[in-house]
Design a protein around this ligand. Sequence first.
Ligand SMILES: *[C@@H]1O[C@H](CO)[C@@H](O)[C@H](O)[C@H]1NC(C)=O
Ligand SMILES: *[C@@H]1O[C@H](CO)[C@@H](O)[C@H](O)[C@H]1NC(C)=O
Ligand SMILES: *[C@@H]1O[C@H](CO)[C@@H](O)[C@H](O)[C@H]1NC(C)=O
Ligand SMILES: *[C@@H]1O[C@H](CO)[C@@H](O)[C@H](O)[C@H]1NC(C)=O
Ligand SMILES: *[C@@H]1O[C@H](CO)[C@@H](O)[C@H](O)[C@H]1NC(C)=O
Ligand SMILES: *[C@@H]1O[C@H](CO)[C@@H](O)[C@H](O)[C@H]1NC(C)=O
Length: 255
Amino acid sequence: MKVEMSVLLFLVLSTSIVNGLCPSNCSCNTYVSRSSVICDSGSLKDIPDLPRDTYFLFINNNQISEIPVNTFVDCEQLHQIVLNSNEISAIEPFTFMNLRNLQYLNLSGNNISHIEEHAFGNFMSLSTLYLTSNPLNCNCSIYPFWSWLIERTTIGTSAKCSNGTFVISLRPVELEKCNPNSCQCFNGGTCRTRNDGLVDCDCIGHWTGEFCQESQCISYDCGIGDCYIEPVNGTAQCMCGNRYVKYCTGKLCYV
Ligand SMILES: *[C@@H]1O[C@H](CO)[C@@H](O)[C@H](O)[C@H]1NC(C)=O
Ligand SMILES: *[C@@H]1O[C@H](CO)[C@@H](O)[C@H](O)[C@H]1NC(C)=O
Ligand SMILES: *[C@@H]1O[C@H](CO)[C@@H](O)[C@H](O)[C@H]1NC(C)=O
Ligand SMILES: *[C@@H]1O[C@H](CO)[C@@H](O)[C@H](O)[C@H]1NC(C)=O
Ligand SMILES: *[C@@H]1O[C@H](CO)[C@@H](O)[C@H](O)[C@H]1NC(C)=O
Ligand SMILES: *[C@@H]1O[C@H](CO)[C@@H](O)[C@H](O)[C@H]1NC(C)=O
């Protein structure tokens, strides 16, 4: 009997995801084919299962303290996520993946001190990343996020360190303060011990720099297109609108 009940429950739950029923304690509506899920001020402790076609997600002012890995991976239609004023304290690796349509992400007013490497996937459309009012700790652990950010100049962000400095205005030279012996290598680089006993970073793809924090986008000219680093091989790629190009003039895109 118990087994049957749980099978039944499973069927009901999975049906609710596939059919895109509105999560409990939230309200949902669809306007010109764009579905909104609105769970503001709902005392939620977890992000609910979302309908696949969710376009706008509002969960501000709840009690969410963590976002499990791959929470949004099946929600490719998401264009806006508003999660401000919750209790999130860290962004784990692979939290925001597969969100190529996401334009707006609001994480302001949480308690985020730490953003792990690979927390954010390759956002193709993101233009605004609100991170104000979070106590970001700009010790060496900020550098993966910093390095991700400086490669994506089209993303506007208000992210500030807890001491008031904008993350975007931290400079590579400050990496020198991070003890190289602790061997922090970014972007998939690994530590290796050289013949002389010193430890350095073995970078992959076209990442360079002492900590593999620099890439071709620093000097690669895409015209008015966006330069981004191809995640697998680390090479610079240009995007003009939604096309891959070598150089973007703004009027015509030359492949
Ligand atoms: C929905 O709201 C009720 C009343 O505030 C609460 O007891 C319940 O835990 C909430 N459900 C979820 C899934 O958060
Ligand atoms: C994003 O968060 C900030 C700070 O909490 C808030 O002022 C702003 O209204 C939020 N934006 C939206 C669309 O909710
Ligand atoms: C914020 O996070 C810190 C740990 O980073 C924790 O000690 C503190 O209790 C949190 N504050 C709130 C309001 O959740
Ligand atoms: C850097 O800050 C993070 C987040 O507060 C913390 O977890 C970590 O221990 C700190 N690392 C060092 C080396 O101080
Ligand atoms: C804040 O911390 C960062 C990283 O340690 C440092 O580079 C910056 O100068 C500090 N800003 C202020 C205003 O102290
Ligand atoms: C890197 O990957 C991109 C996209 O898959 C591809 O176009 C490019 O040729 C690759 N470059 C190298 C050097 O492998």
